[in-house]
Design a binder for this molecule. Structure first.
Ligand SMILES: [Zn+2]
Length: 474
């Protein structure tokens, strides 16, 4: 494995690589269109033949790049059923050279309501600078960014010696049900020094970014029992606060008056260097006019670097079925997002302590953590691969890249981190804020796509040239 010091000299010819990417760009776009014509939705309710066809098309493209080990592989889901086909293509590293794993996914979201699209979802159409179609961005453009970058490396430096593993998943939009088993089954084949996950977005058209943090998450349920059975609200109301009223007190205690999370032990780290325009955020989120946003600090910090708690389910009597009775029992579910760096087990305990310490008049309170996912945090300044990536983004765009976070989680990043603790993970992307992945009129900004390919090709060339530092014997 390579060590982590960065090499001082850069032996990479940036202009030559840029020109190769540019010369091949129309081919990249043609291949992208062909992939985007395949309705490869991996959801159970869709015909799996299309995901299979899409895997075959990706495997053909991999063969074109000269990979001799190209496989379409599956692994069982936790219920034993077979997962969707992934493509695995490998080129072993020359002695002393690092191996890089390039991840993207070839399955797509369902198209949704056809009426909302301005062109056929599965017939990619170019209008202006953008290519419209389901998967044109998420994530068939990620697949083609890898393909095009490898091709540029092969052309510019045929004797690069870099080990390359192309891993194109086929069920990301279906929740990656067999991903963990796939990693474990193919653990040796997937081992790498650097992992590039091309499934995120750039900050804006013109500003590239590297995603360096993901929030963690917790699912938790609470149950409050105040009475054995319902009783008449006129006969018994007064000395007794019923279970829904106590639940309201519990829920209200989770935030302070300004809407900041008020659970001791839930961490925050305000490190965002970019700001989400408030008007834009209001329109993207659809808050009603007059709604005052909760919490303090930058919106980006509130989204990426601070905890968030939402009440996502509440089992209580419906209004239609309501009677004049005190309700004995209530159950609720919380969705909690955690600041990068926070341990989800510690966060679950902090929330438990908070709830157990509340004065709910001695009612019986049960609290259960049902789900926990680790956050992800990269030190981009000190991670050798992140520095090479930032340098490559800078060269491709001619602009300083920004480091961004994601408020949601990418559960498989935690799996990769766990199975390959020493690998450098780079979360890159081809999307921009107008890409509308998962919505109607999904699209890719083509000039940005070309820059994303150039950046990745530069990264590969820099890794091949020893950018991670002097290699040490295994
Ligand atoms: Zn995606």
């Amino acid at each position: 494995m390579a060590t982590q010091s960065i090499s001082s000299q850069d032996a990479v010819d940036v202009d030559a690589i840029r020109q190769i990417v540019s010369k091949n760009f129309s081919t990249s776009v043609e291949h992208l269109k062909n992939l985007a014509r395949i309705p490869s939705v991996a959801w159970d309710s869709f015909d799996p033949i299309h995901v299979r066809r899409s895997a075959e098309a990706v495997a053909e493209l991999a063969k074109e790049l000269g990979f001799d080990d190209v496989r379409i592989a599956t692994a069982p889901k936790s219920d034993g059923a077979e997962g969707s086909p992934a493509v695995l293509a490998r080129k072993p590293a020359a002695p002393g050279k690092p191996t890089i794993l390039l991840y993207a996914h070839h399955d797509v979201q369902p198209p949704g309501d056809r009426e909302l699209w301005d062109s056929e979802p599965f017939e990619p159409e170019q209008r202006g600078d953008r290519l419209y179609g389901r998967g044109a961005a998420d994530d068939k453009a990620g697949v083609m960014a890898h393909w095009s970058a490898i091709r540029a490396l092969e052309e510019s430096t045929p004797d690069h010696g870099l080990g390359i593993t192309l891993f194109i998943e086929g069920e990301e939009e279906a929740g990656s049900p067999s991903f963990r088993n796939f990693l474990e089954t193919h653990r040796e084949d997937l081992a790498a020094d650097v992992i590039v996950v091309a499934d995120s977005a750039n900050w804006s058209v013109g500003t590239p970014s590297l995603t360096t943090s993901l929030r963690g998450m917790l699912g938790a349920e609470f149950e409050i029992r105040a009475l054995d059975h319902a009783v008449h609200s006129g006969m018994f109301g007064g000395p007794i606060l019923d279970a829904p009223i106590l639940a309201a007190r519990l829920v209200a205690s989770l935030h302070d008056a300004d809407g900041n999370v008020a659970v001791a032990g839930l961490e925050q780290r305000d490190t965002a260097t970019v700001e989400y325009d408030e008007e834009q955020f209001r329109s993207d989120s659809s808050v009603v006019d007059g709604y005052r946003l909760a919490g303090s600090g930058k919106i980006t910090d509130r989204l990426w670097n601070r905890p968030a708690i939402s009440l996502i389910g509440l089992d209580v009597v419906s209004v239609a079925n309501s009677a004049n009775a005190l309700i004995p029992q209530v159950r609720g579910k919380l969705s909690v997002r955690l600041a990068p760096g926070q341990d989800p087990v510690a966060a679950g305990e902090a929330l438990r302590t908070h709830i157990e310490d509340l004065d709910l008049r001695g009612a019986e309170v049960r609290f259960t953590v049902t789900e926990a996912g680790s956050a992800y945090l990269q030190d981009a300044e000190h991670d050798a691969a992140a520095r090479l990536m930032n340098e490559s983004l800078q060269d491709a765009w001619g602009t300083d890249p920004v480091n961004t976070g994601i408020g949601g989680s990418i559960p498989f990043i935690a799996d990769l981190k766990e199975l390959y603790p020493s690998a450098h993970i780079l979360i890159t992307g081809v999307e921009d804020p107008d890409s509308r992945a998962h919505s109607a009129n999904e699209s890719l900004h083509l000039p940005e796509f070309e820059k994303a390919i150039t950046a990745e090709a530069l990264l590969l060339a820099r890794l091949a040239a020893g950018g991670l530092g002097a290699s040490s014997p295994e």
